[in-house]
Design a protein around this ligand. Structure first.
Ligand SMILES: NC(=O)C1=CN([C@@H]2O[C@H](COP(=O)(O)OP(=O)(O)OC[C@H]3O[C@@H](n4cnc5c(N)ncnc54)[C@H](OP(=O)(O)O)[C@@H]3O)[C@@H](O)[C@H]2O)C=CC1
Ligand SMILES: CC(C)(CO)C(=O)C(=O)O
Length: 305
């Protein structure tokens, strides 16, 4: 299977390296800065599941230099999605399907509108990975999961191929027949988890220790359920309870990637996650007061230092 990784950052480089290790033909489509970094320091993953170095990674800077692509895996941040659309359009015109792994949901509707519903699969990832100062992936938890699935009948074949190549790779994959609901469930969780840890500047253990702060996280989960229902996505109180149980059981020192980005002074995906929820709510005439408050508290840090 020919896979192109668009956005070879922490998440994209991790999974791209794992697929290549398992024998897939992987091309990393990158911008000049990341290309220089990869050529200087190499593509290396340090992981609790075993390190891997890709000896001669295929680094491509121009779409016209890519070999044929079956699947483009999108691993850019939400705030870079617009900039990636022209490249994605070209790849789709060449016959590729697109698997976005971003956190959030608004990108899915954007991609479907811009690229055609038949071309965009559903996907999400659970992983804790970051890049070090040489651009090597540092993967620090047991999680390295991708859930993906068809959102159009024409996508079953590419899903089957992805399952085949992933079965031999060092990662966990789940092909889901209800991927849209799964994406919303993760969206519900990440909006609460990233929102509460970033807005309070606290790791999850300290959030749990203060009942009123924990209650705010619960309200975000409930508002996300209300939003999902407004879009006919069947999230229930069980999903809210599952989100709370995750918040209850994460190690005390655990925090979200958004909170880590804030600590490092990096740009934040707050417009994509919380802002996206507010826009979706406005479209259907509902209000989400807790999410609005969390959004307002994080927004000043959006651009980083
Ligand atoms: N990291 C994690 O543990 C997890 C991340 N996620 C989600 O995955 C997504 C990606 O996160 P993460 O990997 O951490 O982000 P990173 O910032 O590490 O990587 C994003 C990469 O996208 C590249 N990029 C941006 N625009 C383009 C473009 N037009 N063409 C090519 N490359 C481009 C950036 O390159 P450049 O250097 O040129 O800016 C960067 O290397 C986010 O939505 C995040 O929420 C989900 C679960 C966990
Ligand atoms: C919750 C987690 C770590 C799982 O992938 C995540 O997506 C994030 O913090 O951005």
């Amino acid at each position: 299977m020919n896979i192109t990784i668009l956005g070879a950052g922490a998440l994209g480089a991790y999974f791209g390296a794992r697929w290549q290790e398992a024998g897939a033909h992987v091309q990393f489509l990158v911008r000049p800065g990341r290309a220089r970094q990869l050529r200087t320091y190499g593509m290396h993953v340090v992981s609790v599941h075993g390190d891997v170095t890709i000896k001669d990674p295929t680094i491509v800077e121009k779409t016209e230099n890519l070999d044929e692509t079956d699947l483009v895996v999108v691993g850019v941040k939400g705030y870079h999605l617009q900039g990636a659309l022209p490249t994605l359009k070209t790849l789709v015109e060449g016959g590729a399907k697109v698997l976005p792994l971003l956190n959030g949901i608004e990108h899915l509707y954007t991609l479907q509108k811009e690229l055609g519903e038949e071309n965009v699969l559903g996907g999400l990832s659970y992983i804790i990975a970051t890049l070090d100062d040489r651009g090597h992936v540092v993967h620090t938890s047991d999680l390295h999961d991708i859930h993906f699935g068809p959102l159009h009948p024409s996508q079953h074949d590419v899903c089957r191929k992805l399952t085949e190549v992933s079965n031999g790779a060092t990662m966990r994959t789940l092909e889901s027949e209800h991927i849209l609901t799964d994406m919303w469930q993760k969206y519900m969780f990440i909006t609460a988890f990233s929102g509460i840890t970033t807005a309070s500047d606290l790791e999850i253990g300290k959030v749990r220790a203060e009942p009123s702060t924990l209650q705010a996280a619960k309200k975000v989960l409930q508002e996300m359920k209300q939003l999902a229902l407004g879009y006919e996505i069947p999230l229930t109180d069980k999903h809210v309870a599952a989100g709370l149980s995750k918040i209850d059981t994460l190690p005390a020192e655990a925090t979200s990637s958004m909170h880590q980005d804030k600590r490092k002074g990096l740009p934040l995906e707050v417009d994509h996650l919380h802002g996206g929820a507010l826009r979706l709510a406005e479209n259907i005439g509902i209000s989400l007061p807790s999410i609005e408050m969390i959004h307002a508290l994080i927004k000043p840090y959006e651009r980083g230092d």
